[in-house]
Design a protein around this ligand. Structure first.
Ligand code: TYD
Length: 223
């Protein structure tokens, strides 16, 4: 069976992961690859509806932590079945802005749900579709908060549910990510993200460049 390449970007708030995921996707497209970008929660109509609930308590009541965990898993199950699996089967490169590691870091380490239980829920929801490589955009939590605050000021809106969490919560998330990277060193690449965008982008590109599949006949690949 053909198998494309499954790349995920992970990291705490303000780590710049969305910017870098977007730039890597653009560069791969320019090289001639079929790139399928996706984001979590979301990435499908069902997932985007779930995202609304999760980001802003759109249902008009606080989301219970158990509900939150299951909604993230639901959004991901839909994304895997509808988008990721078909794309990988036809040989595309899937670039996902957050994936199952976010649930382990935020709901497991952050909220305090049993990490092994979260991992097994993730396995069930994804049908064990695991990224080929995960770029962990690592950043000091206080610095990430400064960036988020600045971005929200410029955009003229307030903090979302997760941005309103305490620094301690986000510190647990970051430490959780680092624990996951230590547990699966062959999958994770830690990218220090306190440098200028161009430097971080070069590191992100270096982390994936050696993994790119050969382009189909007639394709271009000028890296
Ligand atoms: P988003 O606006 O995409 O933020 P970011 O740019 O930081 O990715 O919001 C996603 C939020 O949801 C983010 O704060 C992390 C959180 N999250 C979880 O708690 N668990 C998950 O499984 C996922 C995918 C995201």
């Amino acid at each position: 069976m053909t198998h494309g390449l499954f790349i995920t970007f992970e990291g705490p708030e303000g780590s710049g992961k969305s910017t870098h995921a977007h730039r890597v996707a653009e560069r791969l497209t320019a090289c001639g690859y079929e790139v399928v970008p996706a984001r979590e929660p979301g990435g499908t109509p069902t997932g985007e509806a779930i995202r609304e609930i999760l980001q802003h308590d759109a249902a008009g009541e606080p989301v219970a932590p158990q509900t939150e965990l299951l909604l993230f898993a639901s959004s991901r199950a839909q994304l895997v079945q509808r988008v990721i699996k078909p794309a990988l089967a036809r040989g595309a490169i899937v670039i996902c802005d957050r994936f199952a590691d976010s649930t382990t870091a935020y709901q497991g380490y952050g909220r305090g749900f049993d990490v092994e239980r979260v991992l097994s829920l993730n396995d069930w929801a994804t049908g064990r579709v695991v990224p080929d490589v995960t770029l962990l955009m690592d950043l000091d939590v206080a610095l990430g908060f400064e960036r988020i605050h600045q971005r929200n000021l410029e955009a003229g809106h307030g903090e979302d549910r997760f941005e309103r969490e305490t620094l301690e919560f986000h510190q647990r998330v970051r430490d959780g990510y680092l624990a996951l990277a230590a547990r699966w060193p062959e999958r994770f690449r830690i990218i220090p993200s306190d440098q200028p965008v161009s430097v971080v982008q070069a590191a992100a590109w270096d982390a994936i460049a050696g993994l790119l599949p050969a382009l189909p006949e007639g394709g271009r690949h000028e890296g």
